[in-house]
Design a protein around this ligand. Structure first.
Ligand code: DGJ
Length: 777
């Protein structure tokens, strides 16, 4: 709901309020962002200006206390005394860098305003309202619309700006962010989600200190280095209490997030397109639209902010046939085969996968052109008939016959030098003439600013999808952009942003017109996990790291910003290809279950017992799929540093699924508790461990103390026995009220080095269990 009384604006969501007003000089003064308050006079919450700050420049000699440097603002200019970070750097038609945008008019409209060039959050008229405030730089008549769309039920406000050149001269944009706000900044932590390949979105917390704190990407994508989403939180905030602000950007290119703590204790937050190599010229009559930034706030801790973002993404970002629709359990052949496969290997894997319960088979890299390694073939769409003599259609028919849907990998934005496409159209690769060229993974980036390149991709990918009844596409992108250049552009400062506009056009043409196709975007794993891609792909491959211990950090980090329904998560073979770590099969599943489940391992080398375990896992996942993919996901505080606890609660309240994970075991571990939240305090529930096997090999030499006869731990008999017999991990059952479970159930002892019995939990390094808490009828 948006209310305006005179020049005061109240943006109200179910649980939050965002208030600002127009000052006597026409600037937008931010007043409050926090837990919901009833609409009333906002003066008590406004920052006071009863004295003149030293070292400030007065905006007007009639009021020396009014310096733009100390006013909390919704938008700041340049050249009038605000020395904090400016969301825009413009060369104005008068040749100066000065800009002073002040209030002209506003309008409130139901629903949202779709954008011309970029994807945006969307909603029905009942779900959201939009406030557009027009500001003008009176000296030049350049105008700026600040556009706020309020998503009431999910507590999210989306913001963007449109700069309109209503003057008669040129405007040069060196920087134009999507929005900014000045918040009370004392005692806050800044939380970012950073990393690199196979270690994406690790959470990093640091106190917000004076000066600039920057969260940015210049790789051409939103990047695995710094996810565009970040949080500011009270330093005392926990997962379930305390004030937390969240910010993100609906964009997949270079991004910039700034949190600047100023000496007046205000924290300026600004988010938008990175100004790195950015330059855009606006002729008279032209306008420029920025991507949307999104904001949320909660006083219910990090989970509160996450719940808002999760609901917003499921309701107002993801669209098409897969919105809120349960996602299939897939088998992907990448970690099993890499490039080394043929039709019979694929059929063998697919038929075993089907027997274990898979619903979709994904043929990954290597099916086209001369693609036997990563140095050839990208850009070409002819099927490799040596590997697939009956073509894609023939393999697809086989899959459909055995009851599996067909998914296919593409990497459309790239080209290898050794490809027919590069031989025919070298000018389609983004390369700077006269300079040396840099390759990443032996490939160049295609010039997606070029409409001919866009059309080639739209035609090639669409044709393959349609001719082969492809139900799922994995859209990969395996390098950062270098050599940014298009022969078609007069101003190369437009390259990075026009690349994104081109990519979004391609994705729109292929996928919005084929809503039945499930798109999973990927970029060497989670190198482009962002709200822009989620407007087209309901799920994203979270990381090339399938080691579940690493995934606790990766999926855990992602979960602050994105819901489980968006996270591709696979069970793979151990020791893991990324870390050489050996982890239990149960933990690989228990972690992947908190995302969109898949498997990628060669079943030929998986023994009978583990195959049975996989079958049971998939059955369990399917039974609880709605809760696991679309339930309310929370991280549970646990004081022990070697524990991670997650849970997801069914929306109708009938069950909660919890995961209890141990990273490194410590000797003689003390008690463990499992808190189950989001239950009805008065209703009665039963909590049960999901049964999972324990393999004899896990016990090594200890096994001789358990068996009546002494056998060599690695001898033939033990190895054979290990293939045929298993033990069962401890299963616990408890009953009680929701209020009781919220206090934390005391779990059975862990293995503490004394002896083994069937009631003791055998976690060791990297052990874990899932628990189902069900409402009693
Ligand atoms: C990188 C992806 O993240 C992997 O899952 C796989 O698809 C490879 N590319 C294939 O080249």
């Amino acid at each position: 709901m948006i209310e305006s009384t005179g020049k005061q604006f109240y943006l109200q969501t179910a649980d939050s309020s965002y208030w600002f007003r127009v000052t006597k000089f026409g600037h937008l003064e931010h007043v409050y962002y926090g837990p919901a308050l009833p609409v009333q006079d906002m003066e008590p919450l406004a920052l006071k200006r009863t004295a003149q700050w030293g070292s400030t420049v007065a905006y007007d000699q009639d009021d020396l206390n009014y310096s733009l440097d100390i006013v909390p603002l919704e938008w700041s200019g340049t050249g009038y005394g605000d020395y904090r970070f400016a969301p825009a750097e413009l060369v104005m038609p008068d040749g100066s860098y000065s800009q002073d945008f002040t209030y002209v008019r506003h309008v409130v409209t139901p629903g949202y305003h779709p954008m011309k060039t970029l994807p945006s959050a969307y909603g029905t008229n009942g779900e959201c309202d939009t406030l557009t405030i027009t500001l003008r730089d009176n000296a030049t008549r350049v105008e700026l619309d600040l556009i706020y769309t309020v998503f009431e039920q999910v507590n999210v406000i989306a913001r963007r700006v449109v700069l309109r050149n209503a003057s008669s001269g040129e405007v040069v944009i060196n920087r134009l962010l999507s929005g900014m706000v000045d918040l009370p900044g004392r005692g806050l932590n800044l939380i970012t989600f950073d990393g690199g390949w196979i270690k994406e979105t690790h959470k990093h917390v640091r106190p917000l200190e004076y000066g600039f704190n920057v969260n940015s990407s210049t790789t051409g994508a939103s990047s695995n280095r710094h996810n565009p989403g970040f949080l500011l939180a009270e330093q005392t905030a926990t997962e379930s209490c305390g004030l937390v602000y969240g910010f993100n950007l609906v964009y997949s290119g270079n991004h910039l997030g700034i949190a600047e703590l100023h000496n007046n204790d205000l924290a300026r937050v600004a988010v938008g397109i990175n100004d790195h190599c950015f330059n855009w010229r606006l002729d008279p009559g032209e306008s420029f639209e920025t991507p949307q930034m999104v904001m949320t706030v909660s006083d219910q801790g990090f989970n509160g902010a996450s719940h808002n973002f999760h609901d917003f993404i499921n309701q107002n970002i993801v669209r098409g046939g897969w919105k809120n629709k349960e996602r299939p359990v897939l088998f992907n052949n990448w970690e099993a085969h890499f490039f080394d496969f043929d039709q019979s290997k694929l059929e063998e894997l697919a038929s075993s996968a089907k027997k274990l319960g898979a619903e979709l088979f994904v043929l990954d890299d290597g099916w086209f052109g001369k693609r036997d390694a990563d140095n050839a073939g990208l850009g070409d769409y002819s099927v490799n008939l040596k590997k697939l003599p009956k073509g894609l259609a023939g393999f697809g028919k086989y899959l459909n016959k055995i009851g599996l849907d067909f998914g296919l990998w593409f990497e459309p934005e790239m080209v290898n030098e050794d490809s027919d496409l590069f031989r025919k159209h070298p000018e389609w690769a983004s390369l700077v003439p006269g300079r040396r060229h840099a390759q990443g993974r032996n490939q160049y980036v295609l010039d997606l600013t070029n409409p001919a390149v866009q059309d080639y991709l739209i035609k090639s990918v669409s044709q393959i999808i349609d001719e082969n009844h492809i139900q799922y596409v994995k859209w990969d992108m395996n390098r950062h952009i270098s050599d940014a250049f298009s022969p078609l552009l007069e101003n190369q400062g437009e390259f990075f942003h026009r690349y994104m506009i081109g990519l979004y056009r391609v994705l729109k043409q292929i996928f919005i017109t084929r809503p039945h196709v499930l798109l999973e975007s990927c970029s060497s794993g989670g190198n482009r996990f962002d709200l822009g891609m989620l407007c087209f792909s309901p799920q994203v491959w979270s990381s090339d790291d399938t080691d579940p211990v690493e995934r606790l950090a990766i999926q855990g980090g992602l979960s602050y910003l994105y819901p489980p329904s968006t996270m591709g998560a696979h069970v793979s073979a151990a020791p893991h290809q990324q870390t050489l770590r050996l982890t239990p099969m149960s933990t690989r599943f228990n972690v992947a279950a908190f995302g969109v489940l898949g498997y990628e391992l060669d079943l030929k080398y998986v023994g009978r017992l583990e195959q049975k375990e996989i079958k049971d896992q998939i059955e369990f996942y399917k039974r609880h799929r709605r809760t696991l993919q679309f339930g309310r996901f929370s991280r549970i505080d646990n004081p022990k540093p070697n524990k991670v606890c997650w849970q997801t609660a069914a929306r109708d309240g009938h069950e909660v699924i919890s995961g209890f994970f141990q990273t490194q075991a410590t000797a003689a571990e003390g008690y463990d508790t499992l808190k189950v939240l989001d239950l009805n305090p008065k209703a009665r529930y039963e909590l049960s461990t999901r049964p999972q096997p324990l393999y004899l090999a896990r016990f090594g030499g200890l096994i001789k103390h358990v068996l009546p006869v002494e056998l060599a731990p690695d001898g033939v008999i033990m190895r054979t026995a290990g293939k045929l017999y298993k033990m069962d991990d401890a299963v616990e059952h408890y009953q009680g009220t929701g209020a009781l479970f919220a206090q934390g159930v005391m779990l059975a002892n862990q293995f503490i080095g004394s002896h083994y019995n069937a009631e003791t939990r055998l976690l060791g390094d990297f052990g874990s269990s899932l628990y189902v808490t069900e409402l009693k009828k």
